[in-house]
Design a protein around this ligand. Sequence first.
Ligand SMILES: Cc1cc2nc3c(=O)[nH]c(=O)nc-3n(C[C@H](O)[C@H](O)[C@H](O)COP(=O)(O)OP(=O)(O)OC[C@H]3O[C@@H](n4cnc5c(N)ncnc54)[C@H](O)[C@@H]3O)c2cc1C
Length: 378
Amino acid sequence: MAEEANKQPEQKPAAQPADDMPDWSAYRGVLVYIEHRDGVAKSVSWQLLGQGKKLADKLEVDLMALVIGDNVKHLAEEAIAYGANRVFLFDAKELKSYRTRPYSRASMKVIHEIKPEIVLFGATATGRDLAGAIATHLPTGLTADTTELDVEPHPSRLLLASRPAFSEKMMATILCKQYRPQMATARAGVFEALPRDPNRQGEIVQFEFAMNESEIAAKVLDFIQDQSKINIEEAEIIVAGGRGLGGPEPFKMLKELADELGGVVGASRAAVDAGWIKHEHQVGQTGYTVRPKLYFAIGISGAVQHLVGMQNSGIIVAINRDPDAPIFKAAHYGIVGDLFQIVPAITEEVRKRRGLSFLQEETAAAKSTTNEEGGIRV
Ligand SMILES: Cc1cc2nc3c(=O)[nH]c(=O)nc-3n(C[C@H](O)[C@H](O)[C@H](O)COP(=O)(O)OP(=O)(O)OC[C@H]3O[C@@H](n4cnc5c(N)ncnc54)[C@H](O)[C@@H]3O)c2cc1C
């Protein structure tokens, strides 16, 4: 396994360029930008490595990662654990916080030297900014906010970057024939990360960062996290409510359950459009695409535009009084009944069980103390 990951994949003979395409045989490999904040990676980066691996396998090339920051070697190691064969690392104090100029300079240096055929970024605020800056400088084509990524195999090797278009009414597949690399930003939650394997082997290539602080116009004075904002894309548990809640008030009931479980509240568009809850909670085609471990769909019918945003969740629990609601087709567990009775009952049960597990932990702690002190078994 380890050796296999290190081995350079056999390159096919240079692509026969299609009639209307230049010869791009100097460009090979898939590169994924690993986004982080203060050394903590965004899960979209691992998801993109997962998808990048599929593309790289189909093209029979390396999957590579790009890590830029200060004290971020651990992220390069993580990138290997999540599937990268080679990681390019810039580690310098000037790169502590994201700033367009130094980050795009560093990225372009790698792109010029490595010549990847595909470069992928998360469609986050940072990913969009960085990818946009790089694509304009190179220059090359960039498809933003994609939800499907595939490749045509040899000889065309074209990236098929698809995204909803025209107010989400159709899917557009966008090709970049005349420039390299082919670049795309992709939505969080759409693609699946590979299982983390700390034994996976790969190569870390350190790059020197050759810019002085005096050459960087933007200064970061402080980073103030908006505590009121939720981060639904990174949440492991989401308790989502829809029109079935009947108003803004019952969202408090959902918040109680979410708090008990350590999750966040999500919503359907119907609830958001009614003004019951803010758009940052909206899950679906025109909201966020999420991939939590556990997703509660409460009073949500399961319209296709909602399903596309949450159908990849680990476990889906639906609560709806209509047994024919389409959400039950997507759900792993379904409860047919009145949400106003069911949700408080679940919250109560979670509280009870958490209380019990807390007691169990205490008992276990007491046991070990007693054993240590007096050897008495409880
Ligand atoms: C271009 C476009 C983009 C869209 N984007 C999105 C999107 O991003 N996200 C999204 O969610 N939608 C989106 N929609 C809207 C989508 O089509 C649906 O209208 C919406 O998802 C419906 O929301 P809902 O399930 O909350 O409401 P409804 O479909 O009205 O369902 C409410 C459900 O609650 C149940 N219910 C009612 N009372 C109770 C009770 N007391 N106990 C238990 N169950 C109860 C009902 O049986 C029903 O199934 C989009 C639509 C379009 C055209």
